[in-house]
Design a protein around this ligand. Structure first.
Ligand code: ARG
Length: 403
């Protein structure tokens, strides 16, 4: 009854689940398994993961370093859109999925495989994001999602299966929740985090200190933006990946970027997520400071009105969809003017704007000044207000008549 599969490429993390999946795929389909390891900056050493894949029964393990591409072509475009999901989540996991899927499909093409597999569960968002991307790239690809098929119910079953098949479980007695890390953020969910009554234990966090542990002296940084993207810190040019890494470090030390969200999953349920996105949080604030002087009011309003739309597309896995691409064009056009420098003060979880400047600034003290000026005639404002009040006046007059 199982479909004919000869070679599967599995997105492999080195964890217990995907190690078991290698075995399960071979057992269920009698196929070869190629392990694909995406380096999106999760910070794990890839060599031992590669070894573990082979030890777990993969015929081959392919590693791709995707860090710079991730920062440049996925994180930066999303930041230009100012994307935030449900007001708090900066989308760090969601934005990595389409890139991982794209690289995954390249390995499928290179190895002549006829199917892909991943370790995302049947309840979560990641299965949707991966698979929408696979199908957008190859509409005929066969997808195997073991968590939706096998009868292993949870952790206990997994451990039992591992024991039975001699799979190494030493690395799996780690933390009592699920972790997903990349260059942009780290997320924690499930397990002990499911209790909404409790603050996550201090030891949960890995990228940032709590405000109480941050230095008593503020840190000042300058960030240069060109056409909506950050390009340098304190005058030093950095690649997109290195720039995010550096801001993660500075931000994390100053207790910046933590978020505790209860979010609505694609599949309908609400779930709690703990996130750390230090660099991303700084970039959101910094870019807005330049936008506030360089971006036209109505253009900003239009872009902002699309934030939740864009964020939802990323969250729901529609990166490679025509509507996301169309929106991106608008966002990119809107942020073309965002060139300049912002100086920020970082202090115990706060990001305080010290100064912002831009050659394309629309801010003119001559116009806004409370002092006497020669460029604006205050008498003009009276007529402007009266005409704008016309429909309000008409409505009030009608109401008066009816009384
Ligand atoms: N809830 C977040 C999202 O859907 C994070 C998911 C992280 N995945 C994980 N296995 N911990 O984007």
């Amino acid at each position: 009854m199982t479909e004919e599969v000869k070679k599967v490429v599995l997105a492999y993390s080195g964890g217990l689940d995907t190690s078991i999946i290698i075995n399960w795929l071979k057992e269920t389909y009698g196929c070869e398994v190629v392990a694909f390891i995406a380096d999106v900056g999760q910070g794990d050493e890839v060599k031992p993961i590669k070894k573990k894949a082979i030890k777990s029964g993969a015929v081959k393990a392919v590693v791709k370093d995707l860090r710079e591409e991730f920062a440049r072509d996925f994180v930066f475009p999303m930041l230009r859109a100012s994307a935030v999901y449900e007001g708090t989540y900066l989308l760090g996991t969601a934005i990595a999925r389409p890139l991982i899927a794209k690289a995954h499909m390249e390995v499928v093409a290179d190895t002549g495989a006829d199917a892909v597999s991943h370790g995302a569960t049947g309840k979560g968002n990641d299965q949707v994001r991966f698979e929408l991307a696979y199908y957008a790239i190859d509409p005929h690809i066969s997808v195997i999602a073991p968590w939706r098929i096998w009868d292993l119910k949870g952790r206990k079953d997994l451990l039992q299966y591992a024991k039975k098949h001699g799979i190494d479980v030493t690395a799996s007695r780690k933390k009592p929740y699920s972790i997903d890390r990349n260059l942009f953020h780290i997320s924690f969910e499930g397990g002990s985090i499911e209790d909404l009554e409790k603050e996550p234990p201090a030891a949960t966090y890995v990228m940032s200190v709590p405000p109480e542990k941050a230095p008593n002296r503020a840190t000042f940084i300058d960030i240069d933006f060109v056409a909506g993207d950050p390009v340098a810190i304190d005058g030093k040019k950095l690649t997109p990946g290195k720039l995010i890494e550096k801001l993660n470090d500075i931000g994390g030390r100053n207790a910046i970027g933590r978020a505790d969200c209860v979010e609505s999953r694609i599949t309908g349920m609400k779930s709690r997520g703990i996130y750390e996105t230090p660099g991303g949080t700084i970039l959101h604030v910094g870019r807005r400071a330049i936008e506030s002087i360089a971006m036209d009011r109505e253009v900003m309003d239009l872009r902002d009105s699309l934030i939740s739309r864009y964020a939802k597309l990323v969250y729901y896995g529609y990166w490679y969809a025509p509507e996301r691409e169309a929106l991106q064009k608008l966002v990119d056009e809107a942020t073309r003017c965002v060139t300049g420098t912002v100086r920020l003060k970082l202090y115990k979880g706060n990001i305080i704007i010290i100064s912002r400047k831009s050659d394309s600034s629309l801010y003119h003290p001559d116009f806004v000044t409370f002092e006497e000026d020669t460029v604006y005639d205050q008498r003009d404002a009276g007529g402007f207000i009266k005409i704008n009040a016309l429909r309000l006046k008409l409505k009030a007059m009608m109401e008066q008549k009816r009384r």
